[in-house]
Design a protein around this ligand. Sequence first.
Ligand SMILES: Nc1nc2c(ncn2[C@@H]2O[C@H](COP(=O)(O)OP(=O)(O)OP(=O)(O)O)[C@@H](O)[C@H]2O)c(=O)[nH]1
Ligand SMILES: [Mg+2]
Length: 256
Amino acid sequence: MTHTPTRAASDPAHAPQKTASASAAVIAMGWMHTAKFLTTAPELKFLPELQVPEIAFVGRSNAGKSTCINTLTQQKRLAFASKTPGRTQSINLFSLGKQGVTDAVLADLPGYGYAAVPKADKWRWQQVMANYLVTRENLTGIVLMCDPRHGLTELDEILLDVVRPRVEEGLKFLVVLTKADKLNKTEAAKALSIMQLQAGGGSVKLFSALKKQGVDEVAELLWQWAHPPVKAEKPTRPAIEAAAPAADAPAADPQG
Ligand SMILES: Nc1nc2c(ncn2[C@@H]2O[C@H](COP(=O)(O)OP(=O)(O)OP(=O)(O)O)[C@@H](O)[C@H]2O)c(=O)[nH]1
Ligand SMILES: [Mg+2]
């Protein structure tokens, strides 16, 4: 069985492609809308141990992480977004899942690189974040939020170095180019191709909370991360059948 919203919602043999992808978006957005505040953790040790996939939103301060979570979940004030950079100061978790059954968690991480934050706090946060990215066991995917007008900063590059080994082992990775409404079409296309090169073949999406651009696409991708295809198990032959000789097999010689 394959868990994709496309297949679950329509018969691909008969439905036109557009209808199939529209239902995939509806399923993913419906799932996103179930988001509920779960907990906030000022330090790693306060994070609950979870078994469900966790998707972390990371990026420089003011990049638009909290706004992106609010847009995806279609909730105005789920994650605390603000004009003042450095607003998100703890790891905030939001649970997702229909019928009250949590099947994934979104993590809104504090932004980095805000100049007005005291040096000691900056250092502490970089440590917490690096530890989180390296050690969080149920971490399934990372969404790196990047304002394309600034491009990747030095701290983004450091983060990429930190997560690279895990990405090589299968951790999902997406770069979201935020505030795309601030770019014209040519600038947006250029920003996308530059980032595709920098992301080394990883996914890159243009996104605007203001214009609701890229929302369905990002929601669908995160849905797929949290609902990977279930590998068909090899059928095991019942022990009795495996032990019994085949009907056409020669009878065992009683003399040995
Ligand atoms: N024009 C525009 N502004 C946006 C968009 N997304 C976010 N913003 C604005 O950017 C500012 C920062 O947004 P936040 O979502 O708080 O950013 P953050 O990355 O969570 O910031 P920290 O919590 O400080 O790390 C706010 O003033 C938002 O309204 C967007 O798509 N377009
Ligand atoms: Mg924030």
